[in-house]
Design a protein around this ligand. Sequence first.
Ligand SMILES: [Zn+2]
Ligand SMILES: [Zn+2]
Length: 195
Amino acid sequence: MMRETIPKKTKDALLDEYDHRCAVCGGDRPHLHHIDEDASHNELSNLLPLCPNCHLRDQHNPTRKIEIPKLQLFRKYKDPAILKPQFHPIYTRQLFLETVVSGEEDVGEIQSRVGELVELVQSLEMGEFYGKRLTEFIGPLNRAFTMSLGSSPDLRFEAQRRTANRDYRQKLIENRESARALLIELLRYQVWANA
Ligand SMILES: [Zn+2]
Ligand SMILES: [Zn+2]
């Protein structure tokens, strides 16, 4: 396998950051793993120290490995709860946030995904509080439309709706990182996360 060398400075910085231990299990003599599996992508944020077991047995095994976006979350937030199976339902329900693009297209599907995510959050410890905050970040816009009675099709109504779709998509794009940070923050209040 062709492999470009990771600069020593990067390597040292990463090992220092993780105290020369495996990020997953704390084991020693870690290898440096490329999170996105691109061996030439040597940004600090794309590297994770993993012991030989976590690295070769798990992360380079398609049936055992942690999905790349989840590993990226773990690299960024460093919360071990991200790797627990109990986090998986939250993880899968927030993935759609990354796929939201700007535009005027209908947001019905997006709104129902947001609804599912908020509902799940509400069922967790501290759910009422975090559900509210999450809704502030990614909940639907509370906007009243003016209808022109009698005209068909109602062009004014359609225009308002398109604007609202565009604004809502923009809101989601701007706030998705904050929403994600909130979901990670919520983990510290879950009993399983600290077990
Ligand atoms: Zn390990
Ligand atoms: Zn690797």
